[in-house]
Design a protein around this ligand. Structure first.
Ligand SMILES: [Zn+2]
Length: 132
């Protein structure tokens, strides 16, 4: 059996009720490349929606606007819907490991194509289907 690691939570920020999280203000990088920043924001907006409801809208810790109530995942990280807002609007720079995932998503490095598996497949017969 494959051992799947748990989703790694990112993008939760400090509040009075949760003082253990980091402050987004400390991560703001005004000199961050706009291309890299916008790509990461797009990546965060393109995640898969987590199959549960969260407690409600979370206010942005920097500008106080209502900032999303869902969570998204890419299968490795789990983040709140509003994380893209921090990145795009406030230039909150996330760790390089996360930026690299966005870059790999946007530009797969290996364009070599393996066609053998799909070519060898045979259409299932009705006997195959009835055994399912
Ligand atoms: Zn904001």
């Amino acid at each position: 059996m494959v051992d799947i690691p748990p989703l790694r939570l990112i993008g939760y920020w400090w509040s009075l009720d949760a003082p253990e999280w980091p402050r987004p203000q400390d991560w703001v990088d005004p000199d961050w490349s706009p291309e890299e920043r916008d790509l990461l924001a797009l990546y965060l907006e393109s995640g898969m929606r987590a199959p549960y409801a969260t407690a409600g809208f979370s206010p942005c810790r920097i500008c106080a606007m209502a900032n999303g109530s869902l969570e998204f995942t890419d299968g490795v990280f789990l983040w709140p819907q509003g994380l893209a807002h921090y990145v795009r609007e406030h230039s909150v720079r996330l760790p390089d490991e996360i930026v690299r995932r966005a870059q790999q998503w946007a530009e797969p490095t290996n364009w070599e194509v393996d066609m053998t598996w799909w070519k060898k497949l045979k259409a299932p017969t009705s006997a195959d289907r009835s055994s399912l």
